[in-house]
Design a protein. Sequence first.
Length: 80
Amino acid sequence: MDPETKLRESHDVSQALQRKLEGLADVERAFVHVDYDYEHDINEEHRPLYDIGGTGHSIRALVKRIFAKGKRQTRDETTL
């Protein structure tokens, strides 16, 4: 969209596009992103907020560790 386009007009145009897309037979839900700057790097704008590799642990390993920690705390409370 043009940078000078009013917010209301940008919203109305994007909402009309979303409804048209969702009216297509093969489209269940559409997400329309409207921006005034078409020269920016979309990979920079939409980069992950955190490091996915992070700790190097799988979600399964993290859940098992949390579950085991909870069991230990419960055991310790019953021995008091």
